[in-house]
Design a protein around this ligand. Sequence first.
Ligand code: ZN
Ligand code: ZN
Length: 826
Amino acid sequence: MTPEPTPYTVVDVLLPLGLQSAFSYLVPQDSLRRPEPGRRVLVQFGKRKFYTGIIRAVWQTADKERVRNFKFINEVLDDVAVVTQAQLDLFDWMAQYYCCTVGDVLKAALPTGLKLESETVALALPETRLDPDALTDREYLLLEALTGAGRLSIKEIEQQLDLADPQPLLQRMAEKGLLLLQERMPQVYRARTVRCLQPAPALLRDDNELRLAFDRLKRSMRQTDLLQVVLEAHYQGRTLTQAQALELADADSAAVRALRAKGYIEYKEIPPDRLADVPQHAQQPLVLTQDQDRAVSQILAAWDEEVNRPVLLHGITGSGKTLVYIEIMRKALAEGKQVLYLLPEIGLTKQIIDRMRGAFGDAVGVYHSRFTTAERVESWKRTLLGEIQVLVGVRSAVLLPLPRLGLIVVDEEHDGSFKQHEPAPRYNARDVAVWLGRTHNVPVLLGSATPAVETYANAQNGKYALVELTQRAVATATLPALELVDMRTQERNRLSYGLYSDVVLDALRDTLARGEQAIVFRNRRGYAPVLVCDACGHVPRCEYCDISLTYHKHSDSLRCHYCGYTQGNTKSCTECGHHVLRPEGIGTERLEEHLTELLPEARIGRMDQDTTRGKQAFAELIQKLEKHELDILVGTQMVTKGLDFERVTLVVVVQVDAQLNLPDFRAHESTYQLLTQLAGRAGRSSRPGRVIIQTRKPDHPVVQLIQQPYKDFYNFELPLRSQVGYPPYSRLIRLEFQHIELQFLEDECRRMGRLLREVYRDNLLGPAFPAIARLKNAYRMQALIKILPKQNPAKVKDALREAFKRYLAEAPKKTLRIIVDVDPRQ
Ligand SMILES: [Zn+2]
Ligand SMILES: [Zn+2]
């Protein structure tokens, strides 16, 4: 009998490189670690580069031919899977649904620290004698630098020798035997922790032990003090860092070592992000209002009936949805499950984190786009291990490993920041959450005061259950009074002082006089959207985009808000040389300036992208408002959400009309949402609130519907959507085609259009130029595909892939950049 041939072990590896499929590699027989789906492997891809990939599948074969072209993996990097099976399935689904590659999804999901790639380093040869005559100048300089340093990375060579792309030079020199090239993996991530001190458990067992310990320490004041400080903190439910403890006890590290040697204290290493805000008293008792209590029961009852059916919690602003979430989350935690709590980028404030930590203490972990790489890896590992039981995070938190997921809450589900626009995957975290829930039988709770029309439609047609909160949580709080100021009559009667009507100015003065605060909103940053030449009417435009430049007074520059292009000349017209350029339109910077002139006694702050660039700037502004160091906050969209301040009683919308005119089928919806959320900032306590909206279209139905019940808005909007067949009456795929040559773009789009029309017939709109036809130096055309309810979305997408394939098969060498956006926001 011939012995069975040794089977080959093969792993299919996903690489975070935007590639469509997994690549197969062989695993050596003597691999130190077992290959398993979800573990990372180090593999070579391409000629030289090494990457970390994720094992998608492991299989065996005895077929030598089949594995003939497979490379060997270098190493299995993990002892346990760092990506769960549920995540791998999710990534597959996302690639399918959003028409992108699994590699794209992986790239978005894995924190940088987990997806290392190698870098090329040049090494000096031991015995290189530099002979200047045999070398070019560049070679000589490089070798000189290399001999000094021993080895240099490509990046270091670029910087030190000011070379744009040293690769070819290095390659040549390596071939000549002047140096060695090697691939090196960068420093592998290591968890960063802070050393804390805590009393040893033995010491805490009984009072005798404690007395004995202090007895023994009698001679050392410092050690006595230190132990005292550590014990005190422990009894208060706090953990002190070593540095804090030493400062409080006025002791040095020798005292720490001595106490540790005696077995009285222990070290505890804690990740720094958990130290920051650990509240002193976890588990605050909740007191729900009757309305909230009923909502909790209804939500739970809905899941008892059908766990797979998402619940929409529709509660007016100030109705206390967070308290309902917390109560529901508590129930999931009691069953030992993990909770994912998603909220918009802007909503993730210290206020909400404090509330979550107040309720769940140490079990809370936060995931934010402003996190460092190390912090992201830390959160990833801690959710994977189940140390984080409540993951509070923005959009990308939905991609983290949650092996014991038992509840998903999506707060402010209508918010646009759940959608990723660029780059792929262009996913909506809310919809991903709903898919996750369905697939794994995990209940999903969506909450909003102003639900997305599609979500509310789902709640109306029974796909989702609907639970409502109709009262503000503070019994004495009422919805603020709404006033519309018709700017046309204001201007006719010469009553308005620049940008502010007299009504608004009086209201601001009253608010200040009462010692209360106001928010002034305008969704446009900068000083003025355009600068116009007084002589010839010329408006400076971006060199790379089809858009006028915004004037920023503070930096005295003209900037493109799309590509960042900046122009310093704001003093004279580039067309005619005239020296008077007039700012036209209103930005937040201008609003702030006028207000400072009109109300010199007021303390005014501004919150927009320009004033919140630093990591802390946003938090500092919020804190100032909280401590009442500001009377008025002027700002963009940033001020609309998550701000919950007792003293804010006045909200002013300076100009709402541009919002309504956006070329977007969601313009009504987003205006209604924005204004309702804004109005919700006023009068959250027992102080009555006031909302004033300045407009030239006071009769516009959407303006009229503000503060009417959401249902009224929905009933107004739905027939309009039905007429044009937009969501919820269809689903959309937006295609964008880009190229720097206009003619080429138009020609290719015509061809593409013909191809697509064959497939989609009347359900294809375009390709056509959008309002901004050139962005970042590329011309663009867009097309829209409607997927009707009776169609199978997966089939529609398959057909799209097929059409692209046909297009590419006949496409010229240079090709269009094609962007596919499934369920686009606008
Ligand atoms: Zn001019
Ligand atoms: Zn631009």
